[in-house]
Design a binder for this molecule. Structure first.
Ligand code: CU
Length: 120
């Protein structure tokens, strides 16, 4: 392929520009779409029992039991619905703080979400 040098460098420049735009979009998407973090419920326990997450994170509790249903109960919200094996419930955390919780039907099951200010 005999492509003139000028054309070649233009192509390279365009490719570089696309790369930059893509990176910028990827970065923006990563910033605009905070992570979802999972807590698995099995053997009558929240795993992990304590989570540290940045502001804006959604926590998803997933029931991994064989047959037991659970709920998630925070002091500042009504109790979640009971959810059965392979079902889940989510809460998004928009305020810094410590959020202890229990399972409604099994109050000996305890967990805690610590929400920290996001870096930058
Ligand atoms: Cu439970």
């Amino acid at each position: 392929m005999n492509v003139p040098a000028v054309q070649r460098s233009r192509r390279a420049g365009f490719a570089r520009l696309i790369g930059w735009v893509g990176a910028a979009f990827g970065f923006a998407a990563a910033r605009a779409q905070p992570a979802t973090v999972e807590v698995h419920i099995r053997d009558m326990r929240f795993e992990p029992a304590e989570l540290r997450v940045p502001v804006g994170t959604t926590v998803r509790w997933i029931n991994r039991e064989k047959r037991t249903s659970h709920s998630v109960l925070f002091a500042d919200l009504p109790e979640s619905p009971r959810f059965f094996p392979d079902e889940h419930w989510e809460r998004r955390f928009d305020q810094v703080g410590a959020y202890p919780y229990v399972c409604g039907p099994h109050p000996e099951m305890r967990g805690r979400v610590v929400v920290e200010s996001s870096p930058g």
